[in-house]
Structure formats: C-alpha cells, structure tokens
Write a protein that binds this ligand. Structure first.
Ligand code: FES
Length: 118
C-alpha cells in the first residue's frame, strides 16, 4: 500500500515540490497529492522521473501501486500498461490516456507543474 507523501514546500515558477529524489524507489512510484489532485511520481528503469495521474483510466485504481518496467507502469488490477512519457495505454483493457505532467529536478528535489499537462 502506497501512502500519499505530503507536499512540504513552496511553489517555483508554477512547479510544486512534491518529494525528494531519494524518496523514490530505484524503479517504482510514490503517490503524492497536490491541491487535491492525486498523482504518481514514477522513476522508470532508465532513471527518468515522471508525474502522471495516479488513477487508472479504466477504473478507480491507484497506478502507483503497480509495477514499473522500462518506460511504462502497469495497472495491478487488469494489467493495462501506460507509457510514462505520453500517458497512452499500450495494452488493454484501458483505452483512454492518463494525464502526464511536466517534472523538474532541482537540488535533489522533484518539482511538478499541475497547471500544465504535457
Ligand atoms: S483498473 Fe486499471 S486496467 Fe482495469
């Protein structure tokens, strides 16, 4: 079970600090909440960090509880995989993309902009 990480610090240039890079698993996701929006912050197999809507587009399931493999996260309930760069589902049953948000890394912290979707 993944618990939401509290957002602890300020806003820079529309970007909100959501966690430290070291809070993330080597490959995997944590759930964060920004202004009532629940996101998954994900480190992929290449070490790149992404921010996506945490809720699967197929049903009300937390994607941060799924497995990360390569550049995709897999929903644990029915196995749809979502591309972490585009939010597009790459396998059924989900057919609707999830939102993807811009991420900046600064001083070991992860910042996400929820005002713009990629
Ligand atoms: S709930 Fe995610 S694929 Fe069905």
């Amino acid at each position: 079970m993944t618990e939401a990480t509290a957002v602890t610090a300020g806003v820079t240039d529309g970007y909100v600090r959501v966690c430290s890079v070291e809070d993330l698993p080597t490959v995997g996701a944590v759930q964060v909440e920004i202004d009532g929006k629940v996101l998954a912050v994900v480190r992929d197999s290449a070490g790149d960090i992404h921010a996506i809507d945490d809720t699967c587009s197929h049903a009300n399931v937390s994607l941060s509880e799924g497995d990360v493999e390569g550049g995709a996260i897999e929903c644990w309930l029915h196995g749809s995989r979502f591309d972490l760069r585009t939010g597009e589902p790459t396998s059924p049953p989900a057919i609707t993309p999830i939102a993807v948000y811009p991420v900046k890394i600064n001083g070991g912290d992860v910042f996400v902009s929820v005002t713009k979707e990629n």
